[in-house]
Design a protein around this ligand. Structure first.
Ligand SMILES: O=C(O)CCC(=O)C(=O)O
Ligand SMILES: [Fe+2]
Length: 392
């Protein structure tokens, strides 16, 4: 696993050698917030992805959450299928059946865990009975509370970086709200030994996250995440007059230059997601990303892979008003549901599935990005001109 020592300095900033992504140190935030804000905003505008260290989340909390991931996914299908994924809320379990139909095998399973609140009857019903996994729901809540505090700090920095009041993006972030919409996504990618040749398929198709900002926790020795820096269509000025509500923006270009983002010890991988893109009129980039299947020939582990995606979102009743008025006001709850339904209908389209889960067209660019001896350079992350994006 690469570590945060695997880095070089450019203009006083720190980059990971393999991805070219910035590693932003959040320690001593209050004293350093203007400096941090500058780094955050430049990553959020140009790339949409970055790593943070000095975030204060103990590794033991992350490890414990991964242990719960194993307990959950090890449950029999007959138990998990009692808590199906729900397109209105994005919560619940999915993966097995729909992906088996496309690939003939299982690439990805996901359980998206809500925060249980009395006014949200869906939340409790998404969890297996407590005696099957004692303490699961409570741990998920405690972990999300800590992770959301990091997200709130990042959003302060981004507001400062945009020249807005520091509190600008704090609306809707009350973790104790009855209609809290923040979710913890558990991803499980089963072992691929003997299932397919390296590069024949993706574990997770290219997508942009539906929420506000995502904090992604990953494990040592489990690469595969790739991203398309700053290329999300909703951030493109050419589509800014469209109402992005419910738009599912197709399958991202497989021939484009995807950049690998390795897991870096002690860091959280952060990405801007669609609600923040909408809120900032496309200025901050909700960037396409995907998980490539392991490349055994290059020594990558074909064992299981897990990740935790903390999908931070404003409370469902919070009204998102884009700063410059590019998009009409809409509640976060409506946005989340419309993205969910757009995703659901696309997902059931066999042609979409075929393209999303095949590496057709990726070989040259993706292999070049992966094989680059010294890793991507920071300047690779700042494409001069985005190719035209079809919006019809
Ligand atoms: O597993 C990963 O590294 C990425 C997961 C992801 O993109 C998601 O859950 O939205
Ligand atoms: Fe994602």
């Amino acid at each position: 696993m690469a570590t945060v020592d695997n880095k070089h300095h450019a203009a006083g900033e720190v980059f990971d050698d393999t991805s070219g992504l910035r590693i932003i140190d959040l320690s001593d935030f209050e004293a350093r917030k203007d400096e941090i804000a500058g780094q955050l905003i430049s990553s959020a505008k140009d790339v949409g992805f970055f790593f943070v260290k000095g975030h204060g989340i103990p590794q033991s909390d992350v490890d414990k959450t991964f242990e719960y991931s194993k307990l959950f996914f090890d449950l029999p299908v007959s138990v998990k299928e009692k808590h199906p994924f729900d397109l209105d809320t994005f919560a619940g379990w999915r993966g097995l059946q729909e992906l088996s139909e496309v690939t003939g095998t299982r690439l990805w399973e996901q359980f998206v865990a809500p925060v249980d609140r009395p006014s949200n009857p869906i939340a409790a019903s998404k969890y297996p009975p407590n005696d099957l996994i004692p303490g699961f729901k409570q741990h998920v809540e405690e972990f999300q509370r800590k992770s959301q505090a990091v997200a709130a700090q990042l959003l302060r920095g981004l507001a400062i970086g945009l020249g807005l009041p520091e509190e600008y993006f704090q609306g809707g972030l009350d973790f104790d709200a009855d209609d809290v919409a923040t979710l913890l996504g558990f991803n499980y990618y089963p072992p691929t030994e003997g299932l397919w040749k390296a590069g024949d398929a993706f574990r997770l198709h290219g997508h942009a996250d539906y929420n506000l900002i995502t904090l992604l926790y990953r494990r040592a020795g489990e690469p595969g995440l790739e991203l398309l820096p700053g290329k999300e269509a909703v951030a493109d000025p050419r589509v800014k007059n469209q109402d992005i509500r419910g738009a599912w923006r197709g399958v991202p270009d497989n021939t484009a230059n995807w950049v690998p983002a390795p897991p870096l010890e002690g860091t959280i991988t952060v990405n801007i997601a669609d609600i923040l893109t909408r809120w900032t009129d496309g200025e901050l980039r909700s960037t396409y990303h995907r998980v490539r299947s392991p490349d055994q020939a290059n020594g990558e582990s074909v064992g299981e892979r897990r990740s935790l995606a903390h999908f931070v979102a404003p409370s469902r009743s919070f009204v998102v008003r884009s700063i410059k008025g590019t998009y009409p006001p809409i509640t976060a709850g409506e946005l989340i549901a419309s993205e969910g339904h757009a995703y659901g209908s696309k997902f059931n389209d066999p042609e979409w599935q075929r393209i999303a889960y095949s590496t057709e067209g990726t070989t040259v660019a993706a292999a070049a990005a992966r094989g680059r001896a010294g890793g991507a350079r920071p300047e690779d992350l700042f494409p001069e001109e985005a190719p035209p994006i079809a919006v019809a």
